[in-house]
Design a protein around this ligand. Structure first.
Ligand SMILES: Nc1c(NC[C@H](O)[C@H](O)[C@H](O)CO)[nH]c(=O)[nH]c1=O
Ligand SMILES: CC(=O)[C@@H](O)COP(=O)(O)O
Length: 161
């Protein structure tokens, strides 16, 4: 398995830009809050670790991952934002609903990024079960929120060239 014993959030091999001159938005889903709260912690701590100022991080909540697209669109009314991070956790249930949400969110986030010409980062866990999600929200496989924050910093720096 590709992730066996791997910390997917190991950035030691990367040179991460300073975040101190950028403004970030974070939209976080309330579904599976025990997971998305940890993703938010990972993202916020990572942004500030690399120099982002607390007052340069705007955070809003949406009901579910499907609404992350709308939340990102709302945040990007603020033209001063350099990047938006979308955090959610979609866990497979009994039906195909999982497939429709995951596809809609992935395509929707890409659409919003192109609409506003701003980086919108896909920090959404799409897992078979809760344990897989917890493993990727500060567990043995790292924190998808931290990964999304590093991506946001790198893309904000790229957009500034
Ligand atoms: N089952 C999960 C959902 N479902 C809710 C949808 O995201 C959406 O809010 C609803 O369909 C109304 O538009 N959301 C998650 O984030 N995670 C899930 O596991
Ligand atoms: C991803 C979902 O929407 C899912 O949790 C809903 O569960 P079900 O497919 O059993 O209705």
């Amino acid at each position: 398995m590709a992730t066996h014993n791997k910390n997917l959030s190991d950035f030691s091999h990367m040179e991460v830009a300073s975040a101190n001159s950028y403004r970030f938005g974070i939209v976080v889903s309330q579904w599976n809050a025990e997971v998305t709260g940890k993703l938010l912690d990972g993202a916020y701590e990572t942004l500030t670790k690399y120099g982002a100022k607390e007052h340069s991080i705007r955070i809003i909540q949406v009901p579910g991952s499907y609404e992350l697209t709308s939340g990102a669109d709302i945040l990007l009314r603020d033209k001063a934002l350099d990047a938006v991070i979308c955090l959610g956790c979609v866990i497979q249930g009994e039906t195909k609903h999982f497939d429709y949400i995951c596809s809609a969110v992935a395509h929707g986030i890409s659409h919003v990024a192109l609409k506003h010409n701003k980086p919108v980062i896909f920090g959404v866990l799409t897992t078979d079960n809760l344990q897989q999600a917890l493993d990727r929200a500060g567990g043995k496989h790292g924190n998808k929120g931290a990964e999304a924050a590093v991506t946001a910093i790198q893309m904000a720096a790229l957009s500034a060239i």
